[in-house]
Design a binder for this molecule. Structure first.
Ligand SMILES: Nc1ncnc2c1ncn2[C@@H]1O[C@H](COP(=O)(O)OP(=O)(O)OP(=O)(O)O)[C@@H](O)[C@H]1O
Ligand SMILES: [Mg+2]
Length: 248
C-alpha cells in the first residue's frame, strides 16, 4: 500500500569501501509512506550497503539521505536520533542469546524509549501474538527454530515502533518450510501500511507485497517499477540474465 508522500529520499548516493570497488554509484530512490519497496540483484550489487546506509550503519561518500524531512547524512546527531525509528532485520537473526524472548523484545524499548517495564511487556506480548509466538515469551533463542527466531527478530524490531522496517534477506538462512511463516508476517505488515524496504529473492513475496521493485547491479539501480512488470518483462539484459539464474 502506497499512501503517498515521500518518506525516504535517497539522492545520488555513492559509496566506496576503503580498498574496494564502488558499492553504490549515484543511487537515487524515493520511498513513500506506506510503500513496500523490494530490492533484488546479484551478490555484491550493493543491496545491503543501500539498507545499511539508510539506517546509518554506513557513511556515504556523496549524495544525501533524507528521512521524514531530516537529512541524516549531513548531521551525525540527526542520524543517531533517527536510528531507533528504523527497524532492521538481518539474515542472521542477531537475537541476544542469553536473554529470553521477552527480554529481547523489551530491552531497547525500556532503555532507549524509556518505557516502563509493564508497558514494554504488554506491548511485547501483543507483538509475539501477532507473529504467532505468544507461548514463547520465556524461551531462549536457542530453543526456537530458525523461522521462530526470525519472527522474534521482526517482533523485536517492531517493539521500537519504528517508522520504517528494513529487511536484508530475512529468509535466506531459513529451511524452506520456515520461509513461508516469516513471509506471512512480512506480508501482514505490508498490508497494514508499514513502510518497508525488503532485500529478498522471494519472487512470490515481491509480486504480492511489493509496490515497487528495484533491480540493482554493480552498485546501480538498473530497473525500477511494479514488481509484476519486472518479472514478466524485464527490460535490460542484466535483469534477464539475473532472472534466468534465480528462476531455474
Ligand atoms: N565492509 C565492507 N568492506 C569492504 N567492502 C565491502 C564491505 N561490505 C561490502 N563490500 C563490498 O561492497 C560491494 C557491495 O556489497 P553489498 O554487501 O552491499 O552487496 P549485496 O548486494 O548485499 O550482496 P549479497 O547479495 O551477497 O548480500 C561488494 O563489492 C562488496 O564486496
Ligand atoms: Mg547483502
Amino acid at each position: 500500500m502506497d499512501s503517498g508522500g515521500p518518506f525516504i529520499i535517497i539522492d545520488r548516493v555513492s559509496k566506496t569501501y576503503p580498498g574496494g570497488q564502488a558499492a553504490l554509484r549515484d543511487v537515487s530512490l524515493t520511498v513513500s509512506r506506506g510503500e513496500t519497496v523490494v530490492v533484488i540483484g546479484p551478490s555484491g550489487s550493493g543491496k545491503s550497503t543501500l539498507l545499511r546506509s539508510i539506517c546509518g550503519l554506513e557513511e556515504v561518500d556523496s549524495g544525501s539521505i533524507t528521512i521524514e524531512g531530516q537529512t541524516v547524512t549531513e548531521n551525525p546527531r540527526l542520524r543517531d536520533l533517527m536510528r531507533p525509528e528504523l527497524g532492521m532485520v538481518f539474515q542472521s537473526f542477531n537475537l541476544f542469546p542469553h536473554l529470553t524472548v521477552m527480554k529481547n523484545l523489551t530491552l531497547a524499548p525500556i532503555r532507549v524509549r524509556g518505557l516502563a517495564r509493564e508497558a514494554a511487556e504488554a506491548a511485547a506480548a501483543g507483538l509475539l501474538a501477532k507473529v504467532g509466538l505468544a507461548d514463547k515469551a520465556e524461551a531462549h533463542p536457542s530453543q526456537l527454530s530458525g523461522g521462530q527466531q526470525q519472527r522474534v527478530a521482526i517482533a523485536r524490531a517492531l517493539a521500537m515502533n519504528p517508522k520504517v522496517m528494513l529487511f536484508d534477506e530475512p529468509t535466506s538462512a531459513l529451511d524452506p518450510e520456515m520461509i513461508g511463516e516469516v513471509l506471512a508476517v512480512m506480508k501482514d505488515l505490508s498490508n497494514e501500511g508499514a513502510t518497508m524496504v525488503v532485500v529478498t529473492h522471494e519472487i512470490g513475496f515481491a509480486k504480492e507485497a511489493g509496490d515497487t521493485l528495484i533491480f540493482m547491479d554493480e552498485g546501480e539501480i538498473v530497473e525500477r517499477g511494479p514488481a509484476r512488470d519486472f518479472f514478466n518483462h524485464p527490460s535490460t539484459d542484466r535483469a534477464i540474465q539475473f532472472l534466468d539464474k534465480i528462476i531455474s
